[in-house]
Design a protein around this ligand. Structure first.
Ligand SMILES: [Zn+2]
Length: 280
């Protein structure tokens, strides 16, 4: 259905059908919402402190820098945040790029969605991982968090935000509001917590471009300050809570992505790709 409605050169069709990464060194190419990923690695479906959700989507691929961070974070969350482990949602496709369903970003293997549901103390079956629903933490009117919100959620988000490699964390405005209320006097970490629509079942972490990757485009850093004042208030106005529907956007074509991305959908599984690096 999605494929039938898309032009044949839509980048999401070309990247969406790749089932394996390219070999070779990892390169994040382009920007979070317009790019691709060479040399991706998969987060294993199971680790001591994580479980990959929605395995049938095959979106647990990422830049090795992000995958290593997730593994390290998961290991320290029980002690540091009282959070038993991570249920990991979408990271990226095997070669990154735009997706047929969901997500404007997640294209260069440096974004990951993490569930706001604590990991259960047993291994979920593949069917459960595909079908289990996540916990909604926001009230129906969008104004605040609901009874499912716990101090562990705050500690989880604070621990992740304090990671130097994490550039931004997207959460529902109601969750940012709760964090603003509950944070103490040490509030610098709140700058990275960015309100955005949705994100009431999961939060989204975005890490900075790995050093030395000239083709990777960082986003400008978030404004300093805790972001708890006027900037946050806007999210609870009628304009933000019930925005008018925006017209559908033309899907990205391969030519809209960085030049090097075309090579990624032209090589066979397991083959390395020579990514021409431009000096900038
Ligand atoms: Zn996301």
């Amino acid at each position: 259905m999605v494929i039938a409605q898309s032009p044949p050169d839509a980048a999401k069709v070309l990247f969406g059908r790749e089932v394996a990464p390219t070999a070779g060194p990892a390169w994040a190419i382009g920007a979070y919402e317009r790019g691709c990923l060479s040399g991706a690695v998969a987060l294993p479906a199971d680790g001591p402190n994580w479980q990959v959700m929605r395995p049938s989507r095959n979106r647990a691929w990422g830049h090795p820098v992000l995958i290593a961070l997730l593994e390290r974070l998961a290991a320290k969350l029980p002690a540091e945040a009282g959070w038993p482990g991570l249920l990991v949602g979408d990271i990226a496709q095997p070669r990154g790029g735009p997706m047929l369903t969901g997500h404007g970003s997640h294209q260069i293997g440096l974004d990951a969605d993490l569930w706001l549901t604590a990991m259960p103390d047993r291994r979920l079956s593949p069917t459960e991982r595909d079908e289990m629903s996540a916990t909604d933490l926001v009230t129906a009117d969008g104004m605040g968090v609901d009874a499912a919100w716990t101090p562990q959620h705050r500690r989880l988000l604070e621990t992740v935000a304090r990671e130097p490699a994490v550039a931004r964390i997207f959460v529902n405005p109601a969750i940012k509001r709760a964090l603003c209320r509950e944070a103490g006097s040490d509030r610098g970490w709140l700058a990275k917590i960015r309100p955005w629509w949705g994100h009431n079942y999961h939060f989204h972490i975005r890490v900075s471009c790995p050093s030395g990757e000239a083709e990777c485009h960082d986003q400008v850093p978030p404004p300093s300050g805790d972001g708890c004042g006027k900037e946050l208030d806007w999210w609870f106005t009628e304009e933000a809570l019930h925005p008018p529907p925006s017209p559908p956007r033309r899907p990205l074509r391969l030519a809209d992505l960085p030049h090097a991305c075309a090579a990624l959908v032209a090589v066979r599984n397991g083959q390395a790709v020579q990514v021409p690096m431009q000096v900038r």
